[in-house]
Design a protein around this ligand. Structure first.
Ligand code: GAR
Length: 190
């Protein structure tokens, strides 16, 4: 199963996928390409480190969505890499139905809360400020409803009286780094 990763930032979840692949924990999945909508995103440095092509692709002038030309650039590039699965690993743009229609084989997204709680931006901060005692992360299929597609799997994180926002963030990220590779490995066997 050929996996293409789209990411905008740090790339710790892309790194978790690549490390899992190196360690033989990614099932029949293989990361074949990384694309980022930010030229300076640290995720792009994973390419040379792991021997995977990693490339900035111009998304167009908007901050949170593609313009038509940007969308076309992404659709064409992802098609060219013959993706069987597109993984959004911290890709901070809302995709239009036309993008989803281009990849009926599937797009999945990682979100740092137990959806349907706390969709949207700053999910960990939202959960922290709400005072939840249990939070976590979710991998779900991407549909045109933001953070609303069918849930594939979730991991739970306990919030204790010792926690700070920073420690909850660290726990959620650690849970993500286990959940995402496990889900991709499972999907590769289906
Ligand atoms: C992750 O926590 C992911 O769940 C979140 O961005 C972070 C990316 O980190 N995604 C969203 O909030 C999407 N709504 P990374 O760049 O280190 O993988």
């Amino acid at each position: 199963m050929r996996v293409v990763i789209l990411g905008s930032g740090r790339g710790s979840n892309a790194e978790a996928l690549l490390a899992a692949q190196q360690e033989g924990r990614l099932g029949d999945a293989r990361v074949v390409q990384i694309f980022s909508d930010r030229a300076a995103a640290p995720i792009l440095a994973l390419g040379p480190r792991f021997g995977v092509p990693a490339q900035f692709l111009d998304p167009g002038p908007f901050k949170t969505k593609f313009d038509d030309a940007g969308e076309e650039r992404y659709i064409e590039a992802v098609r060219k890499s013959a993706a069987d699965l597109v993984v959004l690993a911290g890709f901070m743009r809302i995709l239009k139905p036309s993008f989803m229609e281009a990849f009926p084989q599937g797009i999945i997204n990682l979100h740092p809360s137990l959806l349907p709680s706390f969709p949207g931006l700053d999910a960990i901060g939202q959960a922290w400020r709400r005072g939840v005692k249990i939070t976590g992360c979710t991998v779900h299929r991407v549909t045109s409803e933001v953070d609303g597609g069918p849930i594939i799997d979730q991991a739970v994180v306990q919030v204790t009286s010792e926690d700070t926002l920073a420690t909850v963030e660290a726990k959620v990220h650690a849970a993500e780094h286990l959940l995402l590779p496990a889900v991709v490995a499972r999907l590769s066997k289906q």
